[in-house]
Design a protein around this ligand. Sequence first.
Ligand SMILES: [Zn+2]
Length: 428
Amino acid sequence: MRNTAPNQSDEALYLADAGYIDSDSLEMHRGHLVVTPGDDGSIEFIDAIPEGAKRIECAGRIVTRSFAVAHHHIYSCLARGMPPPGEAPESFVEILERIWWNLDRKLDLEMIRVSALAAGVEAAKCGTTLIIDHHASPNTVSGCLSTIAESLERVGLSHVLCYELSDRDGPASRKAGLEETREFLQAHQGLVGLHASFTVSDALLDQAMELAHEYETGIHVHVAEAESDQEHCLATYGMRCVERFARAGALDMSRTILAHCIHLDESERERLGSSQAWVSQQAESNLNNGVGVCDARGFEEKMMLGTDGMNGDCLAAARASFLAGQALDAPTPLAIYRRLRRVHEYLAGAGFVGDGPNNLVLLNYDPPTPITKDNWPAHVVYALNRSHVDTVISNGRVIVSGGRSTLVDEQEIMSMAREQASRLWSRL
Ligand SMILES: [Zn+2]
């Protein structure tokens, strides 16, 4: 079973003169660090670096934990700059129908493979070492998840994948999605994906819950991204979305991720706040779709950050959620920083591998003001960005050095991606 990139070497890596910021306590420690590889690898301060050891000079740089995307759609990597639909969408459901469902129905395995390589390279260069993805390709279902897994592992990334089950493309596609989910979970860590309440029948919800129980995992689903999801749920099932997933048992599972949760009422907030489930916020995508902004009052302690296919950049997600929230629940820099980092708590609690302390990012960040334990979150939300990412260490192995991928030829991958993008766009 693989969920992380195989590390050929069991050699330890030494970070000389590191200024290390602990991602929980925010304390800065200085010294030499030894990083051991593998899923159970660790980091430790040491007095001296052995002669001839593999070392990276870190003086003047900041070393801290790398990032993980809590909700992504890797396949939308090939959508950047694609031609707009013939008729402009006027609602969120029309955005799905005319843009995203039109696109995902045209994906074949080669496009999926290459989009995952390209999205993986981009994410890695942003300091991301693990992606929780939500994938849909209704006409190319069999083998899609292992294809994404292999691509991400080539780049050096770990993953928690799922297939987006839905009734929107009919019974054959639904059945293929269930089979793909089962097949993948037999050999990998992952989740049971559902699109959203408004395209998931009770029969499918039951089947998804059965699978989640069987493989001791959770549900990964879009919830109340637009008000129309709630309207459909009330009209069809006589209850609101959170109630529907709670009654099915999905909120009792500590691996469950509810993406978005924008249009919730008070009772849903309370229910979510006291549940076992987690929430991922995708502020950039929400602003792009004009669906509103997540107000996290009542469930702030559940909040993680995703990118929803916009990019693999967790720092951009953090800044967007900080800015978008100011007119609403007004999160502080520290609250946003905790949202950025909560994914580590989620992954550790779930027992998912690939996000241990040996996942690190080295930042070339030379600020005009002092960094302290108290103001580091403000540096993160106001200034830190992907251009500061120099080196990325995934499971103890360097996957980005000097801002470039070390395990794959990124120029070749982007060139392949542009070819696949043209092929995909010609089908739209
Ligand atoms: Zn999404």
